[in-house]
Design a protein around this ligand. Structure first.
Ligand code: ADP
Length: 365
């Protein structure tokens, strides 16, 4: 079978006219073309108010692409996201908008997956709540949303007036996850291009609040999704999670650098799986050579928020949908999360007193 290439797709799109009268292939509205093994995904970025006008173009693009030999499926989506290219020198105020009902938004990020970012997001949210704040947790880890599992919640959120989603509440937290909206078996290829649209929707179309803090569990890495977040939301700060291994620290460094580039203050670095306490004898072992993240934070000139031990209980309780902060609030492990939360709360209070300039985003190509 003939292999479909991006240039074949683009030439098919040159026959499709946009409402502006130019070919879709030449239009700036065509923001994404993904071609993988005969599966095609296109995104056409339009003003939300003009979606109806563009529907025939969308349909025509889908038909044109499907007619190509070797195409097994084609999905053409109208998206209404902000452009993530070069921001104007004076971005309009809506660019880094406040989220209605939310006082401060903080991002929990890691340079790579599997370092315990989601576990920290959940327990940090619970710990901030234990410190008296009203807290929401938003899971935008599009590649592996874990909030449904961590909270033992799997229902689709209810909507108000068919538009605003109502975040379900559990453990005193308001919760929202991409996992509530996208089926778990949605193929990866669709997820990538959906990232920005989905994130925008989850930030703007959820009836939060009133909340003191919205904790956002970010997708791992330092790509478009993180930049979109930083562009669209006035982030009060970011918490970067790392394990003590060298490789993870390098990734964490990239995470810190990325937030600094977009003018988001780093509230601090957390070292997860910092040391191991034997559940039988209580002896502590520094399996991965602990302390690296603390030293790295000092080197980068960002605060160190504390360390979380590697402990069986943290994993078991997480998997059971009852986070350690809920199931064992008096435990050593919960105390470790509480210390981190105290640091975050203090950093937030400090940051609130310092006005910062609106972020100016320049993407390096
Ligand atoms: P990420 O969000 O970075 O991909 P997760 O939070 O999903 O990582 O954690 C990955 C795995 O590690 C999960 O099984 C989780 O229960 C476990 N885990 C996270 N932190 C700890 C810890 N401090 N001690 C033991 N297990 C942990």
């Amino acid at each position: 079978m003939a292999e479909v290439t991006e240039s074949l797709v683009r030439s098919a799109l040159s026959t499709v006219k946009t409402p502006e009268g130019v070919s879709l292939a030449a239009s700036q509205a065509l923001t994404g073309v993904v071609v993988t093994n005969g599966k095609i995904y296109l995104s056409i970025n339009v003003d939300a108010q003009q979606a109806k006008l563009w529907e025939p173009t969308r349909q025509a693009a889908e038909n044109a692409v499907k007619a190509l030999e070797g195409v097994t499926s084609a999905l053409v989506a109208l998206t209404a996201e902000h452009k993530a290219s070069v921001a104007p020198a004076n971005p309009p105020p809506s660019r880094a908008a406040e989220i209605p009902g939310v006082k401060s938004v903080i991002a929990v990020a890691s340079g790579k997956g599997g370092v315990g970012k989601s576990t920290l997001s959940m327990n940090l949210s619970l710990a901030l709540s234990a410190l008296g704040l009203k807290v929401g947790l938003l899971d935008v880890d599009i590649y592996g949303p874990s909030l449904p599992r961590l909270a033992g919640l799997h229902q689709k959120p209810e909507t108000e007036n068919d538009r605003l989603m109502i975040p379900p509440e559990k453990f005193g937290l308001q919760l929202m996850s991409i996992g509530f909206l996208v089926e778990e078996d949605t193929p990866m290829i669709w997820r990538g291009p959906m990232v920005m649209t989905a994130i925008t929707q989850m930030l703007r179309e959820v009836k939060w609040g009133p909340l003191d803090v919205l904790v956002v569990d970010m997708p791992p890495g330092t790509g478009d999704a993180q930049l979109t977040m930083a562009q669209q939301v006035n982030l009060a700060g970011a918490v970067v999670v790392s394990t003590p291994q060298d490789m993870a620290l390098i990734d964490a460094r990239r995470g810190v650098a990325m937030f600094e580039k977009v003018n988001v203050p780093i509230l601090g670095v957390v070292e997860n799986m910092a040391y191991f306490v034997c559940p039988k004898c209580g002896e502590r072992s520094d399996i991965f050579g602990h302390g690296g993240a603390h030293a790295e934070a000092d080197k980068l000139g960002v605060p160190f928020l504390g360390e979380i031990p590697l402990h069986m209980k943290i994993r078991e309780l997480s998997d059971a949908g009852t986070p350690v902060m809920v199931a064992a609030p008096e435990s050593e492990q919960a105390a470790a999360y509480l210390r981190v939360a105290e640091g975050v709360k203090a950093a937030l209070e400090k940051a609130a007193g310092i006005a910062r300039p609106a972020p100016r985003i320049v993407m390096e190509q």
